[in-house]
Design a protein around this ligand. Structure first.
Ligand code: NAP
Ligand code: ZN
Length: 366
């Protein structure tokens, strides 16, 4: 979809955008609004790369708006706050995740579930209330209502924090909501990528037993020795899958592509829950008896509310949950996307925006 119209804002901004479904990113000049009464304006220092960025760049969900500036794992330093901002001041280290707006009055918003608000405004590639298009964190600075900005606890390295803003909350929220957070439970994590490796880390921090279910034999040793998983099952090995049948209380499925889910359901004990967070662009096959025979459920979960995002970051800070990252310069981003598609990253790319986006920052405060 092409941009229908773009409101020209007073402040010049700079970032990298894709112009079409090739998804190739290149330098892009655009504009952002001035700091409003409730707004926080911050220089972007780091931004993680989520597989959702890749889906969006290539319009795999059929809703992309070009030019598209991705980035929803954004960390930075506040340079200006509006007159009615209460939570932040200049110099604070802050973060923005997948959302920059919601209606604030529906049942979900009132219950701190802005992520399920029907008028929620994604951080990029969406229409803002003023009709302009939102642009994400692959850019020099951001402006966001303080409600959608979270605080970074002292002592957390800023590059390492970035993946928590999307990958972290996406796996933390369902562990809590679906009660898969009790130390006597056994959790399966399918797909050891950005989301998956954090699901392992959060589940271990909560005291669960964790089995990684993966297509990559090369990830076994590290999953166990480094990430702390208790066991590893190669999903393409029938014998290993058979041996793991009916052992899991829950599964977090983070796989980004179409994959068989009936064999995953078979790994659940009776009453077990398969939580899908991965978002392949095509339907998956499901045979209902695999659920019926065991009163099992398949559920979904989408990021998390702002309050829970802060709770998750504070939990990560206290329990030493640290994303594993590969820091890259801005001009490596297209190669990083190719590698992400091949599951060739341990386990999250984070772009060093502050040091490698040129010209940076283009903002002038007047
Ligand atoms: P990622 O880093 O690419 O990890 C995905 C993992 O899935 C890969 O590392 C790989 O793990 C496995 N995989 C990939 N292709 C596969 C295939 N054809 N068959 C089986 N397994 C395959 O991606 P991510 O950033 O973690 O994101 C994962 C998915 O979650 C994406 O679809 C993304 O859009 C979605 N997402 C959803 C939410 C939400 O709110 N629900 C939020 C963020 C992201 P192994 O090598 O271990 O097999
Ligand atoms: Zn709402």
């Amino acid at each position: 979809m092409a941009v229908e119209y773009e409101i020209e804002h007073p402040r010049k901004a700079f970032g990298w955008a894709a112009r079409d479904t090739s998804g190739l990113l290149s330098p892009f000049f655009f504009s952002r609004r001035k700091t409003g009464e409730k707004d926080v304006t911050f220089k972007v220092l780091y931004c993680g790369i989520c597989h959702s960025d890749l889906h969006k760049l290539k319009n795999e969900w059929s809703d992309s708006i070009y030019p598209l500036v991705p980035g929803r794992e954004i960390v930075g330093e506040v340079i200006e706050v509006g007159s009615k901002v209460e939570k932040f001041k200049v110099g604070d280290k802050v973060a923005v995740g997948c959302l920059v707006g919601s209606c604030s009055s529906c049942q979900n918003c009132v219950n701190n579930l802005e992520n399920y608000c029907r008028q929620a405004i994604p951080t990029y590639g969406a229409k803002n209330v003023d009709g302009s298009i939102t642009y994400g964190g692959f850019s020099d600075f951001m402006v966001a209502d303080e409600h959608f900005v979270v605080n970074i606890p002292n002592g957390l390295p800023l590059d390492v924090v970035a993946p928590l803003l999307c990958a972290g909350i996406t796996v933390y929220s369902p562990l809590r909501y679906f009660g898969l957070d009790k130390p006597d439970m056994h959790l399966g994590v399918v797909g050891l990528g950005g989301l998956g490796h954090l699901a392992v880390k959060f589940a271990k921090a909560l005291g669960l037993k964790v089995t990684v279910i993966s297509t990559s034999p090369s990830k076994e040793q590290e999953a166990i020795q480094h990430l702390g998983a208790d066991s590893f099952v190669l999903s393409r090995d029938q014998d290993q899958m058979k041996a793991a049948m009916c052992t899991l209380d829950g599964i977090i499925d983070t796989v980004s592509a179409v994959h068989p889910i009936i064999p995953l359901i078979d790994l659940l004990k009776s009453h077990g829950k398969l939580v899908t967070v991965g978002a392949p662009e095509k339907p998956l096959d499901l045979l209902l008896p695999s659920l019926i025979m065991g009163r099992k459920s398949i559920v979904g979960s989408y990021i998390g509310g702002i309050q829970e995002t802060q709770e998750m970051i504070d939990f990560a800070s206290e329990h030493n949950v640290r994303p594993e990252i590969e820091v890259i310069p801005m001009d490596y981003v297209n190669t990083a996307m190719e590698r992400l598609l091949k599951a060739d990253v341990k386990y999250r790319f984070v772009i060093d925006i502050g040091n490698t986006l040129k010209p940076y920052p283009s903002i002038t405060l007047e």
